[in-house]
Write a protein that binds this ligand. Structure first.
Ligand code: FBP
Length: 553
């Protein structure tokens, strides 16, 4: 394997564990707290999880280890999109497992949950795992998006576990994967399989957080990587003074990534999808908000700027989601064939204008033609528009351009407007984990093994007090059912972990809202620079502005 100097140096990094996990395995004892209840719909969740509901919160502390000394054979799965630090979860898990008993075995199921179903695995050893310590990516075993949710899949999983003598499965994933971990844990308990299931909170999107989980891993590194790039663009734009940069950032529905990048870089405008939904903003209102900043800056001779757009924003614009629903309906089933058979765009446009309601047609008409066409091209296997593929950075820059021309005609704008477009997503998902993510992930994995060793199942590995130095972090576990409520999914009521969207009365948004007026007019850019791995702790170990503000720092 070719190894860069930084990778070589990162192999030598020793991740920091929470204080109570530092004295060696024999010195970790468990404390059980209060019995838990789900955040909502208690009766229904209790009924669906009779074997795993209501368990106690647990915390580890320094003290004699009283766990049973049986041999453990553990299987680990990476699920969903890559997030920096996944390799450290696996290495923390491996190290705790081997430190407890050198006979213990760690299986890695390849390519995500499908690896478990297809019995496609590798067995970790020191030599293999050492190549991945403190590195980014999920290539240690690969990841995938197969959902583990049906009874048939659980039967296959049970058989694979039985074949290898597996005593526990660790699922590293987001809210959906950990919901499924809870369902699998319940199944394994109900069938007396003897297999425990533990989850670990992963996703760069930052939307798996709640009263117990302060942050999902990967959010820190991914947002620092995007913020470095956005800061560099701000500096370029402040030097050249000639472009408006429209930057879309990943994050799926939630705007945590966009908000964190805005707090780090102080752009001229940042849209927050949750606010767009709350205020029921239209595309025109959003375009006007951005155009106001362009005009005010132009009045001061500043014909440049930076706009951050969260990946999912268009879904939160009520008139746009109504349009999408009508298009989905218009092309449902065989109707798509009739549409596709039309000879050219003019014929298709006529078909569309007959099929859409007057309101939706008005929205459709203001979209730039490439976006209109995208709505009919990029469809998922069910025939639905794939909203995440819509180039919203181009959509908004075009809408703003049109608004500016109207204002120019009215004599209220005399500036220059040259937009450029960027989309940052994959650039940040496999970066070398920041020290924070390297430490947090290693701790989550180490801690996951302690939960297994003490016999828990249906728990999420929990490390908290994260805004403090690592030795003050608190390690433990929380029953996943505590984070669940019932939600309507695909026409059915399902027990799920509640997804965390940006709270408009939360400290991070309030800070942003208090400052954005000034940022929109003046040039207040901040330049976070590249993630630093070596150097003073005040530079290398700091976590996100979001977490700091949430913790009142
Ligand atoms: P997870 O929710 O699985 O952590 O994935 C997050 C994410 O990076 C989103 O931000 C993005 O919308 C999506 O994955 C992209 O998925 P894919 O890797 O399949 O293109």
């Amino acid at each position: 394997m070719n190894v860069s100097p930084l990778q070589e140096a990162r192999y030598e990094y020793t991740p920091k564990l929470p204080g109570m996990l530092r004295n060696g395995i024999s010195e970790i004892c468990v404390n059980e707290g209060e019995a838990t209840q789900s955040v909502a719909d208690q009766d229904r969740i209790r009924e669906l999880f009779p074997n795993t509901y209501g368990k106690k919160e647990i915390t580890f502390s320094k003290g004699a280890n009283t766990s049973e000394a049986k041999k453990q054979v553990v299987g680990v799965i990476l699920s969903g999109g890559q997030a920096p630090g996944g390799h450290n979860v696996v290495s923390g898990l491996y190290d705790a497992l081997k430190a407890t008993n050198s006979e213990n075995v760690l299986y890695g199921f390849k390519g995500g949950p499908s690896g478990l179903l297809e019995d496609d695995y590798l067995i970790f050893d020191d030599e293999y795992i050492d190549q991945f310590r403190n590195t980014g990516g999920f290539d240690i075993i690969g990841s995938g998006r197969t959902k583990l949710e049906t009874e048939e899949q659980f039967e296959v999983a049970t058989e694979v576990c039985r074949k290898h003598g597996i005593t526990a499965i660790v699922i590293i994933g987001g809210d959906d994967s950990n919901t499924n971990a809870a369902v699998l844990a319940e199944y394994m308990a109900a069938k007396n399989t003897g297999v425990q299931v533990i989850g670990c909170p992963k996703t760069i999107d930052g939307d798996l957080k709640n009263d117990d989980i302060e942050a999902s891993f990967g959010f820190d590194t991914a947002t620092k990587t995007y913020s470095e790039l956005i800061g560099n663009i701000e500096r370029d734009c402040n030097s050249a003074k000639k472009y408006w940069h429209f930057i879309k950032v990943m994050g799926r529905s939630a705007s945590h990534v966009a908000l964190e990048c805005a707090l780090e870089t102080q752009p001229n405008v940042c849209l927050i999808s949750e606010e767009v939904a709350e205020k029921k903003m239209s595309l025109s209102q959003i375009a006007d908000q951005i155009a106001d900043s362009v005009v005010k800056r132009a009045e001061n001779g500043l014909n440049y700027g930076v706009v951050i757009i969260p990946e999912g924003v268009v879904e939160f614009v009520p008139e746009f989601s109504a349009l999408i629903s009508e298009i989905n309906e218009m092309l449902a089933g065989s109707k798509a064939d009739a549409f596709n058979a039309l000879p050219d765009w003019d014929a298709k446009y006529a078909f569309i204008s007959k099929g859409l309601s007057g309101e939706s047609m008005k929205v459709f008409e203001i979209l730039p033609q490439p976006i209109q066409q995208q709505l009919f091209l990029d469809r998922d296997p069910h025939g639905n528009v794939q909203v995440s593929l819509i180039e919203s950075e181009k959509l908004f820059s075009a809408l703003v351009g049109a608004r500016l021309e109207e204002r120019r005609a009215a004599g209220t704008y005399r500036g220059k407007y040259s937009p450029l477009h960027h989309f940052f997503g994959y650039e940040g998902r496999c970066a070398f984990p920041s020290n924070f993510d390297a430490d947090y992930c290693y701790s989550l994995g180490y801690n996951a093994f302690m939960l297994i060793q003490y016999g828990y199942t249906g728990y999420l590995s929990k490390v908290s007090n994260l805004s403090r130095p690592a030795d003050e972090w608190v390690a433990g576990g929380m029953p996943i059912t505590k984070m669940m409520n019932m939600e309507r999914r695909h026409g059915e009521d399902k027990p799920v972990i509640r997804k965390a969207l940006v709270e408009l009365d939360g400290a991070p948004f309030k800070y942003f809202a208090a400052h954005r007026g000034e940022w929109a007019e003046k040039t207040c850019y901040t330049f976070p620079g590249a993630i630093q791995y070596f150097g003073p702790s005040s530079v290398c170990d700091i976590t996100t502005r979001t977490l700091a503000l949430e913790k009142g720092m």
